[in-house]
Design a protein around this ligand. Structure first.
Ligand SMILES: [Zn+2]
Length: 146
């Protein structure tokens, strides 16, 4: 995994974004690391081959440390700061079905596709997908925030 490229994206696109300190959830796709976004789009297309009537919807992309801490305090996340969302390499997804926001898409199938495409899903967070394995998170943090 090329952490330098992820760091460039973090420094050039995320650090300079008006959303950097956003206290609210952000779902701007352009804050995602582009190769990660490409993979997501590919996975969504594969999902839609089977479920053309479901739109996979990205609920959250980048996440500020302020919001991360709020989630942590509310026990919505196990991560206190510098989660993978903070680096633009994680996304939380849900669905639009019949024009309505929904969690009733086929997550099992979508998560299977994510894994097949080399992405990482978490047992404890159904809608979450990230670029790198949990075991690589601390080296990523060191490489990007150093
Ligand atoms: Zn997440």
């Amino acid at each position: 995994m090329d952490y330098d490229k992820i760091r460039e994206h973090f420094e050039n696109t995320i650090l300079t974004s008006k959303e950097f300190e956003s206290a609210k959830p952000v779902n701007e796709l352009n804050l995602l690391y582009p190769p990660f976004l490409e993979k997501l789009i590919k996975c969504f297309a594969r999902y839609n081959e089977k479920y053309p009537e479901h739109d996979v919807y990205v609920v959250e992309t980048y996440r500020s440390n302020e919001l991360q801490k709020k989630y942590y305090d509310e026990h919505k996340s196990k991560v206190r700061k510098n989660g993978m969302h903070h680096y633009g390499i994680a996304a939380d997804v849900a669905f639009y079905i019949n024009g309505e926001f929904s969690y009733k898409g086929n997550y099992d199938f979508l998560r299977e596709i994510f894994a097949e495409e080399g992405l990482t899903v978490l047992k404890w967070e159904l809608g979450h997908v990230q670029l790198i394995p949990v075991s690589a998170q601390s080296s990523l943090r060191t490489a990007v925030t150093a």
